[in-house]
Design a protein around this ligand. Sequence first.
Ligand code: ADP
Length: 257
Amino acid sequence: MSSLIELENVGKRYGNIIALSGVTTSVEAGEVTCVLGDNGAGKSTFIKILAGVHQHDEGEVRLEGSPVKFNSPRESLSSGIATVYQDLAMVPLMSVWRNFFMGAEPTKGVWPFRWIDEGEAKRIAKQELAKMGIDIRDTEQPVGTLSGGERQSVAIARAVYFGAKVLILDEPTSALGVKQSGVVLKYIIAARDRGLGVIFITHNPHHAYPVGDRFMILNRGKSLGNFAKSELPRDELVKMMAGGAELDQLTHELENA
Ligand code: ADP
């Protein structure tokens, strides 16, 4: 059986700048693939290719075995790839249930006499959030009153409900403290357990390691390799990150100062 997503020698340039080059990796259903790298490593470019924001100009991307090149975010989404960006595209003053549906609310009545079935929408939102282990007392509550971790989890539950096969999370923990990050990591695991292939983009190996099944490390647009968790101790992962090596260097310099 083919992987959910495969990238083979994928490359992308912006004019003269090579943002990605020769990137090969795969994403399996029911697994978390972590893509790690420092600033400028090519993480956003990697996301944008899968999310249909930019197109790769080298290599091949395959979705369930078939080559794909998405020309728009809509194409990517309708192929079952949901991307949750760090800024989340949520409306803080709008209720949890409105944000959950975002224009795709269930309706009642027959056209042209159709209206949003508010009761049903609230019921589904509450039920879907509960399935992911998220307990929100009142879905009327504005999204802006939720914690950062809870907001991320609403976005994750929404993607799961709307049938995503692949969930891409763009630095979901980078703006959060340890406790809130833990909340998000829990929902990443919940999405994985529901059978999605999760792509977790982060620069933080300590967030990636506990939930990741495989790891790809990007450095200046190139992959430093793909590793299963069993073949990559956490210390190694930390070291492989440019930041890790730099930290070692800094510590060394300080010790010898
Ligand atoms: P990351 O998300 O890991 O920080 P990016 O994918 O944003 O990395 O960037 C990879 C490289 O591509 C960087 O050198 C960056 O400056 C460059 N880059 C990204 N987007 C553009 C763009 N739209 N135009 C020109 N260069 C870009």
